[in-house]
Design a protein around this ligand. Structure first.
Ligand SMILES: [Zn+2]
Length: 354
């Protein structure tokens, strides 16, 4: 039996130490690369665009029509294919017409606070800004379908990325019939009804509300909206800036009476992401040929990035099975300790000096 010379033994121990250390480092890098893969942007502009076109195919979607009900079914069916979300219908009557806010939720056990995103799905019954015929309805490719399309595609993204937060999406009814759109109707009927229906504790549980409206214009210019929460809109516009989406312009231009107002009045920080420089607003020409997939992408990707930073990815994702940093540190301490004990034992046994 050969006795290993003491020098060789020391070199062997150092080699062992380095090998284990490198293995653990490689494991850490592998985990980082999984995290990096997960943070790539998943928003798909083509899927969002198809969702916009599908609503246009349904037709004019103002309250009281078969097309309005068909839009509800279209949204409900979409969520029946996304099992992470639960779908509920908040029905109510307004001026003798049945309305429904469609509410979908993905609840996380990690937090009680809800991040709420919304878009109105009704389209205007009267094209009162049209220069030729003001008696016909508005198709609402931009004013209605664009926000809904981005919200639906974001739902797929959120389900896939498992954001570490409770997220609620509201497809809002009855936004767009004020000022004579339908006789005797107010603006923002659905969002007002929704906020009124919340208890004080339910309001407290909402961290913020983000509204998407008229975001499909092929010449997209989204200025800061004047009634929006200042800190929150800065966060979102900075996310756009980091992605190079110059469609988001840091500077106020318009103040809107839109679905974010009832939330603000209830003390909930809210932002309206809206491009109000749309020449086809409330005309017969609010159609998909004046919208673009790239515009939907600018907004969808920005909200995806902002959400990722706001609420993060879910660290309990079961697809990540590598050891945690704490486990790695513990493993290294145990190994270091073993090396020290071995060296002391050898020194004592052989009276080694080094
Ligand atoms: Zn409108």
């Amino acid at each position: 039996m050969n006795i290993i010379p003491k020098k060789k033994l020391i070199i062997l121990m150092i080699q062992l130490y380095l090998i284990l250390n490198l293995t653990i480092q490689a494991e850490g890098e592998n985990r980082n690369s999984i995290e990096l893969q997960q943070s790539e942007w998943l928003f798909n502009e083509n899927l969002a665009w198809d969702l916009l076109l599908a609503q246009e195919t349904i037709g004019f979607r103002y309250p009281g029509t078969a097309e309005h009900l068909e839009t509800q079914v279209f949204i409900e069916n979409y969520f029946s294919g996304l099992s992470e979300w639960t779908f509920t219908r908040q029905t109510f009557e307004y001026n003798g017409v049945n309305l429904a806010n469609l509410i979908v939720e993905k609840e996380s056990s990690n937090t009680l606070k809800w991040v709420v995103l919304g878009a109105h799905y009704d389209t205007r019954a009267k094209a009162d800004n049209d220069t030729v015929d003001t008696s016909v309805p508005v198709m609402g490719a931009n004013d209605g379908a664009s926000g809904v399309a981005v919200l639906m595609e974001l739902a797929r993204v959120v389900a896939e990325k498992m954001f570490n937060s409770s997220i609620r999406l509201i497809f809002i009814d009855g936004e767009d019939q004020g000022s004579g759109g339908m006789a005797g109707w107010e603006w923002i009927v659905g969002s007002s009804y929704y906020v009124d229906s919340l208890s004080e504790s339910e309001k407290d549980e909402i961290e913020c509300f983000i509204l998407l409206d008229m975001i499909g214009d092929e010449n997209l210019n989204i200025h800061w909206e004047k009634n929006s929460d200042i800190g929150l809109r800065e966060e979102i516009w900075l996310a756009a800036d980091a992605l190079g989406h110059a469609e988001f312009i840091q500077g106020e231009k318009y103040g809107m009476k839109d679905d974010h107002i009832p939330f603000i009045q209830a003390g909930i920080p809210a932002v309206d992401i809206i491009d109000f420089d749309y020449p086809y607003w409330h005309t017969r020409n609010d159609t998909s040929d004046h919208c673009s997939a790239a515009s939907l992408n600018a907004v969808g990707q920005t909200v995806e990035k902002w959400l990722t930073e706001k609420v993060g990815l879910n660290e309990t994702d079961p697809s990540i099975s590598t050891p945690s940093d704490d486990n790695k540190t513990t493993l290294m301490l145990v190994f270091d300790g073993t090396i020290i004990i071995l060296i002391i034992a050898l020194k004592r046994k052989r009276n080694l000096k080094f």
